[in-house]
Design a protein around this ligand. Structure first.
Ligand SMILES: [Zn+2]
Length: 300
């Protein structure tokens, strides 16, 4: 059973602002604690690093490499106004290249894995990835039913996306085809298997989701892909959050901005790491093999 613990390394807050304070906390506190935890459990994992953060704190990338983990790209910026699903092909290529070049310069290694900021992609994204030399993507969350809570024009495609690892179509990351890009889908069982959900509903929903994914994986060899953020392991200051309006409609504003901002603040800091450790223990004790994304098709 292949288990991918994937980490989106960014310094954006729930209201979309970019803060130097979060960058410093991720560098000096959240990330080292997370790397220690993974080392204790022998976890090989992938860290999708935002280019803007790598520029600001190259030490973040160096720490990840020094601990033998994979560095992947999370694009260059996380600004919702410049999401991949809003950009034409040329802009996506430029953004991917900027992030890949920077990470390769810091790591001295080839960067081959990608996850789109906010999982927002469009029909040009597979071409852009191919053009820039990426081989693996992890931006699709098959049958994830909370997509209406977040922005992005591509997420209805997730309803019919394959649940096993697959080669994507050249015009759709959520469909099988021959693009040469391998998709490692993010696990969900209706409810996503991610750090945010683990913190919001830790006691019934997350153990149930995990158990359902385990049974499915045993029967169908589907991958287990958990999505986490090192920024969840740092202390956030609640007063600094005022939901920033991104959605157009009133309902959208309430669901995707106000409600999201509130619930996302639960169980941060050391509580988030304790909850994550519980997930690691489960997979270790149930025959999980921890892998990084670039090794997803070796000995499947
Ligand atoms: Zn992100």
């Amino acid at each position: 059973m292949n288990v991918f613990f994937t980490n989106d390394v960014e310094h954006t807050s729930v209201n979309g602002a970019v803060w130097n304070r979060i960058a410093t906390q991720v560098d000096e506190d959240g990330l080292p604690q997370l790397l220690d935890l993974y080392e204790r459990y022998g976890v090989k994992s992938t860290f999708f690093v935002l280019g803007q953060l790598a520029d600001l704190k190259p030490n973040i990338v160096k720490q990840i490499v020094a601990r033998g983990q994979e560095v992947g790209s999370h694009g260059y910026q996380h600004d919702y106004r410049f999401a991949f699903d809003l950009m034409p092909l040329e802009d996506q290529i430029a953004e991917l290249r900027k992030s890949k070049d920077l990470l390769e310069q810091i790591t001295g290694q080839e960067i081959v894995s990608f996850r789109a900021p906010a999982l927002r992609v469009n029909s040009d994204t597979p071409k852009a990835l191919q053009e820039v030399g990426f081989k693996f993507d992890s931006s699709v969350a098959p049958q994830r039913m909370d997509a209406f809570m977040s922005l992005g024009t591509n997420k209805k495609q997730w309803l019919k996306a394959p649940r096993a690892i697959y080669e994507t179509a050249i015009d759709n990351l959520s469909r099988e085809g021959h693009s040469g890009i391998i998709e490692v889908p993010i696990s969900s069982y209706g409810v996503p298997y991610i750090g945010t959900m683990m913190r919001i509903l830790p006691y019934v929903m997350t153990p149930l989701t995990r158990r359902l994914l385990y049974w499915e994986s045993k029967r169908k060899n589907t991958p287990i892909t958990f999505l986490y953020h090192p920024s969840e392991a740092v202390k956030e200051i609640e007063e600094e959050y005022s939901p920033h309006r991104r959605a157009q409609s009133e309902l959208g504003y309430l669901l995707s901005d106000v409600l999201r901002a509130k619930v996302k603040l639960r169980n941060l800091n050391h509580k988030a790491l304790d909850l994550l450790e519980r997930e690691l223990v489960f997979w270790r004790d149930n025959g999980g093999k921890f892998k990084c994304v670039k090794n997803c098709i070796c000995d499947l």
